[in-house]
Design a protein around this ligand. Structure first.
Ligand SMILES: Cc1cc2nc3c(=O)[nH]c(=O)nc-3n(C[C@H](O)[C@H](O)[C@H](O)COP(=O)(O)OP(=O)(O)OC[C@H]3O[C@@H](n4cnc5c(N)ncnc54)[C@H](O)[C@@H]3O)c2cc1C
Length: 372
């Protein structure tokens, strides 16, 4: 029937690392979902994700975690060093790993395959987002659809009509991401080193022999691959032994933003907020967006006029916290003066000496706290 209207609960625009998982999770919760992406081919993404404990449970429930071929690398200890304090901050959690490192591409491919299998994914669809509204007939692939809720999950690099306003905090950073092999076992330690020119994170990468690591170096300065390699060698020759870099280093512009409430759309993942990767939490926060959305969808009618408001009032707080914390951290380290150094030292002191503060920090990083 040509004029038939296909009625759905959710349209998800963008089947990236968050949109595709939102589709799978909503489908599993028995909602009728369609997810579309403008690209047919999944872009090769050579990055890794530090998956926190909460997100790991989420992936396990969806049947993803246990089927990953490349062995996720647990993070058992996090060592934080900087150029202001004399000794490092060390975080450990005995009951479970604080996080696990996996390959972005492998996970996304697995989720996309599942979506194809249950026939709820359409790719190569480039619809006009500015003409899109919930409860209004939309034509996709020459068929008429009506959706109760429209989720926007198109990542951060989008050129939406910015009547959907967002706050931006651009520090001009680029992140440089690559891999290196090393002689010594990484012992499942993760490192964050705050240099004056920007933070350097080194994480254990998926491998069987524990002799492969990944790095993310972020800076606003112009820097060559040779300079990046020499910074890493200087910092890690002792802990990791001889270092052999893999060929490519990829560059990612970092442009943090935070979107405000929207009465028509539900923004999730990087479309809602994009934060500096210094805390390795952007995607983990996206998982919390999905979890909150599912909880609300089971509690309230999707037709409830307050639904979007309730979602945003829940998600904006934590998003703002991470957006501000990561931006402030970089600002303090990049602008050395007595006041900034004092604030950093006070933060170190609190984390080092007050167990309650340290435990809260660890639980938050693991996604094991619910702020509201
Ligand atoms: C260097 C770096 C390291 C990181 N490391 C970590 C980490 O360790 N841990 C962590 O939690 N987070 C990390 N992050 C953050 C994480 O990568 C992002 O939060 C996550 O990728 C966001 O997923 P997303 O689905 O919102 O966006 P994306 O993955 O960008 O997906 C967007 C999708 O939307 C599609 N799309 C775009 N426009 C349209 C349109 N008009 N119509 C239809 N489809 C469209 C695109 O094709 C794409 O498939 C890191 C980020 C960077 C830059």
């Amino acid at each position: 029937m040509k004029n038939k209207i296909h009625k759905y609960d959710f349209l998800i625009v963008g089947a990236g690392l968050i949109g595709s998982l939102a589709a799978l999770a909503l489908h599993k919760s028995k909602f009728k979902v369609l997810v579309i992406d403008k690209e047919k081919i999944i872009p090769t993404d050579e990055r890794t994700l530090a998956v926190n404990a909460n997100s790991k449970d989420f992936l396990s429930d969806l049947g993803i975690w246990d089927n990953l071929k490349f062995k996720p690398q647990p993070i058992n200890k996090i060592i934080i060093k900087d150029y202001i304090n004399n000794s490092p901050l060390i975080f450990e959690n005995v009951s479970e790993a604080m996080g696990n490192v996996i390959f972005n591409f492998e996970m996304l491919k697995m989720v996309r395959d599942k979506l194809e299998g249950i026939k709820i994914l359409k790719t190569n669809i480039d619809i006009n987002l500015n003409g899109l509204l919930p409860n209004k007939t939309i034509i996709i692939d020459r068929k008429n659809y009506l959706f109760k809720k429209v989720l926007i999950s198109i990542g951060k690099n989008n050129n939406l009509n910015l009547s959907h306003k967002s706050i931006k905090f651009d520090q001009g950073h680029n992140s440089f991401v690559g891999f290196f092999n090393h002689d010594k076992n990484h012992r499942n330690y993760a490192y964050e080193i705050f240099n004056r020119d920007g933070p350097l994170a080194v994480l254990p990468a998926p491998s069987n022999d524990k002799k492969k690591s990944t790095f993310i170096y972020s800076t606003k300065n112009k820097i060559s691959p040779i300079q990046i390699k020499s910074i890493i060698k200087k910092e890690f020759n002792q802990s990791h032994g001889r270092i052999y870099f893999e060929k490519s280093i990829h560059k990612f512009p970092i442009r943090p933003h935070l979107r405000k409430n929207n009465k028509d759309f539900i923004y999730i993942g990087d479309s809602l907020k994009s934060i500096h990767p210094v805390a390795g939490q952007g995607w983990n926060l996206g998982i919390k967006d999905i979890q909150k959305l599912i909880k609300l969808s089971k509690t309230y009618s999707l037709d409830d006029s307050n639904f979007n408001k309730i979602y945003y009032s829940n998600r904006i707080f934590e998003s703002t916290l991470y957006f501000s914390f990561t931006s402030l951290l970089n600002f303090l380290y990049e602008n050395k003066n007595p006041i900034n150094s004092y604030i950093i030292k006070a933060g170190y002191y609190g984390l080092r000496n007050f167990r309650i503060v340290r435990d809260l920090f660890i639980k938050q990083a693991m996604g094991r706290t619910n702020l509201i």
